[in-house]
Ligand binder design. Structure first.
Ligand code: PLP
Length: 373
């Protein structure tokens, strides 16, 4: 619709609208000018692996050696490598819903079986140790944890993680810990890496992170894992045959990002926090919608279930997908219906777009809601 010249306000994108910081771009330009344009080791350059180890030590209290780190073409590619490396046919991977859309598909692509557990809204959509225990089977291989969460924006507290990892350690379940939003935290929330909760869980964890979200580098495609050396070796072999090294220039840029001061991340975080507060307050003024305030990431998960069964211009609204379609066609606002996240009574909006877009988009949503009978 945008290509047809229609003025669509997009609340759908899972990426920061802000530009990649200048010093990171300069590093990439420098890499090109210095001819750093050839193959690198398949699992990434030694200097970037060192920078990842330093980051994990400083930010997360985790000691890893460079041979435990694999640099990939984005965190999604890292996750793909993880499942390819650890899963045998029909191994089960527990995925708490609502979940990021790609987890179940990536598990299936590696021959595994995604086992979805619904979490409770009144527990802020966070998995409990009891729910985890009830879902374990003799085929359970791993649990996916994503904190801060896409799509809910919720952040697991240390004590909540401690209980979950205890179950994993007792049952020899791996944790695939997706921490791509760890730097985008609001209010008093803090990020705890599950691997930092003890040596036993560290051995069972594959930590996944990247530069896309924190440094506004989605297009550069750099992600990484930290894990036991044997798993890192398997992932590095898979990557060596499937894609070879991630882009050499982007690796130089990621090095500049991870070894820089971090001020640019804080500046972006503050911008997101203002947008988040504005959006949450506006939503709370609106009829038929409700949300839990996000503690991290840049999404708000809206409960839209009160709209179902009501009429828009004489047409009954049947589902989240139907609602998203009507909103897009009639009010030129795009949001993501909850079906893809495993939570059909919800829809996700991203506040990683300008304040101007947010203001106009929310006015349109309000006008749409006023028409609902
Ligand atoms: N994990 C989560 C939870 C995400 O939301 C995303 C991107 O939307 C990714 C991983 C993938 O990030 P990358 O751009 O590094 O592949």
């Amino acid at each position: 619709m945008k290509n047809e010249g229609k003025d669509v306000i997009g609340f759908g994108a899972g990426e920061p609208d802000l530009d990649t910081p200048g010093h990171i771009k300069e590093a990439a330009i420098g890499a090109i000018q210095q001819g750093f344009t050839k193959y690198t080791p398949a699992s990434g350059t030694p200097e970037l692996k060192q920078a990842v180890c330093k980051k994990l030590y400083t930010d997360n209290g985790l000691l890893y050696q460079p041979e435990q780190v694999v640099i990939s073409n984005g965190a999604k590619h890292s996750l793909s490598n993880v499942f390819a490396a650890i899963l045998n046919e029909e191994d089960e991977v527990i995925i708490p819903a609502p979940y990021w859309v790609s987890y179940p598909e990536l598990v299936k692509l590696s021959g595994g079986i995604p086992v979805i557990i619904s979490t409770r809204k009144n527990n802020d959509f966070k998995l409990t140790a009891e729910e985890l225990k009830e879902t374990l089977s003799s085929r359970t291989k791993a649990l996916v944890l994503n904190t801060p969460s896409n799509p809910t924006g919720q952040v697991y507290k240390r004590v909540e993680l401690e209980k979950l990892v205890e179950v994993c350690v007792n049952n020899n379940i791996m944790v695939i810990s997706d921490e791509v939003y760890e730097r985008l935290l609001y209010g008093t929330s803090t990020h705890v890496s599950p691997a930092s909760l003890g040596d036993e869980i560290k051995k069972l964890t594959v930590l996944v992170n990247g530069v896309s979200k924190a440094f506004s580098m989605t297009g550069w495609r750099i992600g990484y894992t930290a894990s036991e050396t044997s798993i890192a070796k398997a992932m590095s072999d898979i990557q060596g045959h499937a894609t070879s090294n991630p882009n050499s220039i982007a690796q130089k840029a990621a090095y500049a990002a991870l070894s820089g001061s971090g001020d640019c991340v804080e500046e972006m975080r503050q911008i997101f926090e203002k947008r988040k507060s504005f959006t949450v307050n506006r939503i709370r003024e609106m009829p038929l919608l409700s949300c839990i305030e996000p503690q991290g990431a840049f999404y708000i998960f809206l409960n839209v279930s009160k709209i179902f069964g009501k009429l828009f211009r004489g047409e009954e609204i049947r589902s989240g997908e139907h609602l998203a379609e009507l909103l897009l066609e009639n009010y030129l606002v795009a949001l993501v219906p909850g079906e893809g996240f495993g939570e059909p009574e919800y829809a996700r909006i991203s506040f990683a777009t300008s304040m101007e877009n947010i203001t106009i988009g929310l006015e349109r949503i309000e006008s749409f809601l006023k028409e609902i009978q």
